[in-house]
Design a protein around this ligand. Structure first.
Ligand SMILES: CC1=[NH+][C@H]2[C@@H](O1)O[C@H](CO)[C@@H](O)[C@@H]2O
Length: 494
């Protein structure tokens, strides 16, 4: 038998029919067959399979009917498949993956790689059989937006650490990476018209840990890498609160004209841009203009959370001036759900984070046509401790074990917000207590795959007993990949 059958893929597919009699053996003379537009996915697939097999796995033209192997077909996958779905057939005489887009092919490759033994993830040649589980899969996502957020402000993570996380979340068909670039404790993105933001605002981190920031070149490289994994970056500059790093960098951004001291503690809600000063809006527009210019994705996230040091009237004044700036630079707005009081355009996506499951303002925004992105802290926050003795994380929203994080439905979580009014789901990882890739992995695995399944798989498939068995079978992959996952007692790990 094989390690994982087509019915055991995470996220679980819409339709999967195993056929053990149809297992496929990849061999030294297997090829990857792809038409021109699918070459990038074919090369990516080859890159995944060559190290552990040692097979050449040449990428050949579509019409080259010669040798057996893996065929990637683009187009004619049918309307059900949409623009992210795929059809996968593993048979004795070959593997065929068909999708309407390269994003669909890429998602199908993530499913296919789970049908290989976990050893396929090794980086040195393994002398063994490479048998792929036989069967048929038809699959497509429930929600359009399936995200992971990384807070690079409280603690800074290098481009390589971000790319490692990108590769890990791509395995579970996550298609959005929200980078929380600025906060009280750090400004992490170079803005050429305001150089001290990164130079001074990027100096430190929570607890006095080393700071850092992305040059515009490094940021563009991260965006490009994410795009190669079919992941869109949504950058966040959090305003008008959570702005101490900016206000420590430029005195003129403070109402009294004096820079504030840098902050390395983890308090929230004490900072606010100076709403009355015109220079505040020059600053905001310069930041939005430069960020928009290096962000190909359609959204910029403007924050808007915990503006306790901004009066409600000033909060509205701020957004009245700033929201139109996004449209000026051809971007749509994302913001923490607090922004709904400013009546943003219906193209704006409020991100729900409060652990309460009723919020009339958010339901009203949904009724006006805003699509809500669901990140309730007591379900989707990956920085919540698993239990009271967890070494990392916070617990203001409670303790969130693997089952808590899986057992909820975004379509029924918030009163007055139904499935059609959702943009999707996102799992934020705030980094007050997170410093290394191992820390990221301990909090994100195994909960991130659960959020990814909630975002991708049909609601009807949602079942903890079934999921926990499939989750257990993912762990050999994580072990080979060196992912430092939390061995929750709720799962019988393999
Ligand atoms: C949207 C939001 N604002 C707060 C809140 O979530 O909790 C996070 C920690 O869980 C914290 O880091 C963040 O600044």
């Amino acid at each position: 038998t094989t390690e994982r059958a087509v019915t055991e893929i995470v996220p679980v597919p819409v339709e999967a029919k195993p056929d053990p009699g149809a297992n496929f053996r990849l061999t030294a003379d297997s090829v990857i067959r792809a038409e021109h537009q699918a070459q990038d996915v074919a090369k990516y697939l080859g890159g995944l399979l060559r190290p552990a097999t040692g097979f050449p796995l040449p990428v050949v033209e579509r019409h080259d009917k010669g040798k057996r192997g893996i065929t990637l077909d683009l187009g004619d996958a049918g309307p059900r498949i949409g623009d992210e779905g795929y059809r996968l057939t593993v048979a004795k005489d070959g593997i065929t993956l068909r999708a309407n887009t390269t994003a669909g092919l890429f998602g199908g490759v993530q499913s296919l790689r789970q049908l290989f033994p976990a050893d396929i993830n090794k980086t040195t040649v393994q002398k063994r059989d490479w048998t792929v589980s036989g069967g048929k899969v038809l699959d497509y996502p429930r929600f359009k937006q399936r995200g992971a957020m990384l807070d690079v402000a409280r603690h800074f993570f290098t481009p390589d650490q971000v790319k490692r996380y990108i590769d890990q979340i791509a395995q579970y068909k996550i298609n959005t990476l929200h980078l929380h670039l600025t906060d009280d404790q750090g400004w992490r993105i170079e803005i050429k018209s305001w150089p001290k933001l990164a130079e001074i605002g990027g100096k430190t981190a929570v607890g006095g840990d080393p700071g850092g920031y992305y040059t515009q070149e490094q940021y563009k490289d991260i965006v490009k890498y994410a795009a190669s994994r079919h992941i869109t970056v949504v950058p966040e500059v959090d305003m008008p609160g959570h702005t101490n790093a900016a206000q420590a960098s430029y005195g003129e951004l403070n109402c009294d004209g004096k820079p504030v001291p840098p902050r390395t503690d983890i308090e929230v809600g004490y900072s606010s841009l100076c709403i009355a000063k015109p220079i505040t809006y020059k600053f905001v527009e310069d930041v939005i203009r430069e960020l928009a210019a290096m962000t190909p994705g359609p959204y910029l996230h403007i924050g808007g959370d915990e503006a306790h040091a901004t009066t409600p009237a000033d909060y509205k004044t701020f957004f009245d001036k700033v929201t139109p700036m996004l449209a000026t630079y051809d971007k749509k707005m994302q913001g923490w759900h607090n922004v709904v009081v400013t009546n943003p355009p219906t193209s704006a996506i409020p991100q729900y984070w409060d652990p309460k499951n009723s919020n009339a303002d958010v339901a009203a925004a949904a009724a006006r046509g805003n699509k809500i992105l669901m990140s309730p802290a007591n379900k989707a926050y990956l920085d919540m401790k698993y239990h009271k003795d967890s070494p990392l994380g916070l617990h203001w929203a409670g303790y969130v074990e693997v089952k808590d994080s899986y057992n909820w439905d975004p379509a029924t979580y918030l009163q007055g917000v139904t499935e059609k009014q959702l943009a999707g789901v996102e799992a934020p990882l705030w980094s007050e207590t997170i410093r290394t890739s191992a820390d990221i992995e301990f909090m994100a695995f195994p909960r991130l795959p659960g959020i990814a399944e909630i975002g991708w798989s049909p609601a009807a498939t949602h079942n903890w007993d079934n999921y926990r068995t499939r989750l257990a079978k993912q762990s050999p992959i994580w072990t080979v990949q060196g992912i430092n996952f939390y061995r929750s007692p709720q799962v019988d790990w393999k």
